[in-house]
Design a protein around this ligand. Sequence first.
Ligand code: GLN
Length: 543
Amino acid sequence: MTRFVFITGGVVSSLGKGLASAAIGALLQARGYSVRLRKLDPYLNVDPGTMSPYQHGEVYVTDDGAETDLDLGHYERFTGVPARGSDSVTAGKIYSWVLAKERRGDYLGGTVQVVPHVTNMIKECILNDVDDGDDFVLCEIGGTVGDIEGLPFLEAIRQLRIELGRDRVAYLHLTLVPFIASAGELKTKPTQHSVRELRGIGIQPDILLCRTELPLSDEAKRKIALQCSVELGGVIPAEDVKSIYEVPIKYHAEGLDTQLLRHFGLPSDKEPDLARWENIVERVHKPEGEVTIAVVGKYMGLQDAYKSLDEALTHGGIANNVRVKTVWLDAEIFETDDAALHLQDAHGILVPGGFGERGVEGKVKAATFARTRHIPYFGICLGLQMAVVEAARNLAGIGGAASTEFGECAEPVVGLLTEWERDGEVETRSAESDLGGTMRLGAYPCALAEGSLAQKIYDTTEISERHRHRYEVNVNYMNRLSAAGVSFSGMSPDGRLPEVIELPDHPWFVGVQFHPELKSKPFEPHPLFASFIEAALKQSRLV
Ligand code: GLN
């Protein structure tokens, strides 16, 4: 029997609902249960694929090629359960399905309404594609209670409690208990208001997760319990922590898992196995050194734009017992400044994925600097493409080398497959938007060359990694690039698409067309990140 936990948020946004959901998933796993996590987003975009990373943070890509909310990345990192496209639902998707049904005449002439048609579609998405073996589905509702667009979602989850019964549905509400300096105390009123708002919609929360800067006194807990009609054991303080990986341990110490299991009438006397998390926290808090990694990218205003990358670097540090100090640099500065000015203290240089022309020449300069100074270089997607452009221009002597993403060029070393193959289409998973239609999305296999650095790092020759890009390295330049010292160590199994390049004459220079950061986990750091940080550590000992 699958049970459902619905997680809503109140008072303000950005309280870390996604992380809280992920941590609860991890805790339930530590109790021996299998979990699935889902995100319902009330915005009208069909998916986040076309949203600017500045607005909504990174687009997280699943194996099955869906472009989803970054919270799915938290879920996967904390639970190791691969997210699926069906785990990410937006109001835009719901409405487009309802409207398509209406156009097909499926509603048989009836009036199509938010209740019941939209709410029924939401319920279908929540219940759909759940495996028999899933003990729990944790379903996070995006936004904050009180948002107009969130109402159909809350109505849908309200109905599900009636339909499935109390013993299969729990409501968890994340709120804020702010510290008001002038009064010198924590204030519970915003939480009370938020719960009142929820109850107005017909949802009585079972558990309140209270974000706070300071410990919540027993008196404050009692007050919240009484005013919000929640059992005292259901008022769980969620105090700020130094590392996000402490959260499952903290929640357990505050009794969250016990309370949740009690709600469902499940045994809770056995202690969960939290060794995995204790080990990670120990490593994060007691590193044996530090390395500095310069990330030369584009969306520097908002770190959420590179959320998985940031996490994967931390995981690389965990694998090597070091702290990774990340310096975020806007690639544009290299178009005017000398690269050495900003990069000479870096033990590793990483150029991440990106779209659009701004800063690309700066990325090429960063690659030149890393190559010529023998500093470990890790190029991801656009970072690989710019490394290939760099090598073409400066190693192979192909002067006009560039990517056709940024306009027509004499030597298209990076371009669209259709530009050099008569039927140059890779069978791509269809994205629902016109803009996303030609994108190579999701997991694709790649064959690694025996004896290459990549093969040693992965310890296998067959890998599968997730993609999100339109442009490819042009195989017609492979011979000239190989002759100049670029090794194409990973190719698509049909040999049409270069996937990994490396420079054998360099301590660590690797470019990958895919996004390895999407699959890295704290308890299973991605081998490329672990190896890159190891190389950076060696570099740090040289300087
Ligand atoms: N803009 C490049 C492309 O579309 C790279 C994409 C990326 O880095 N994710 O191919």
